[in-house]
Design a protein around this ligand. Sequence first.
Ligand code: BQF
Length: 282
Amino acid sequence: MARIIDGKAISAEIRAELAEEISDFKRERGFAPSLTVIIVGEDPASQVYVRNKEKACVQVGINSTVIRLPEETGETELLSVIDRLNGDKTVNGILVQLPLPKHINEKNVICAINPEKDVDAFSYVNAGRILTGDFDFLPCTPAGVMELLHRSGIAVEGKECVVVGRSNIVGKPMAALLMHENGTVTVCHSKTKDVPFHTRRADILVSAVGKPDFIKPDMIKEGAVVIDVGINRVTDGKLKGDVDFEGCFEKAEAITPVPGGVGPMTITMLLKNTVTAAKKQN
Ligand code: BQF
């Protein structure tokens, strides 16, 4: 039977620390750190995520602004909004909620954000800095996973780490962070010949696939640490992870639930990055 890594509780602890830090920041500088989130269109999941970010900002004392643009917004128009925010000294963090409508090139938009305000750390400048280990902030989801490991007393050094998924947002930076902490890292993806062969060797398994119940109990080692990054919406609107939780719970040493595992930590790391950005800029 595994211990459950409670992302909601660990998030609450970090948010309390951030609230303290922000209150000191306000006392010393006379203003609060600020985050502006841009959302284009009406994707229902994105609406929920933006609402979560807004609420979390209010909770710790970050000034949050949401710019809602219609689905038909052109790329040039969006780039000019980003340009204005880049030049606005009262804006410390800028986040463009993904995915964007198909007629907008995500790369152009992400890379238009001033790297010092890029609190998602998705711009190519920040992506490169993460690979080299010379970073100011980390992408929120991999950062949240590392924080869960640290605060649960799980060391990475010398461990067999297997990441399933190779996205620019989660899988690739996740592999980089595990390498920085001296893990031995394998990355599996859609063209991997034998995924279970790799996952069964993992001391620390991070799944970022986006398929409910993709990781079955026979794919994990006895005593493994299982981190579930998947946020899959199944019928009836409930959230389900990539991991068959009930089955893997019996076999793992530690496991994250969905909801209440990595998800809340993603939001918490966004708050942390916003505070870091505000401090660097002032
Ligand atoms: C929870 C996201 C896929 C694609 C784009 C808490 C969130 C989710 C779950 C949340 C996510 C996923 C976000 C829980 C933000 C995480 O209690 O388990 C919070 O709001 N997330 C996003 O902004 O864009 C995504 C997943």
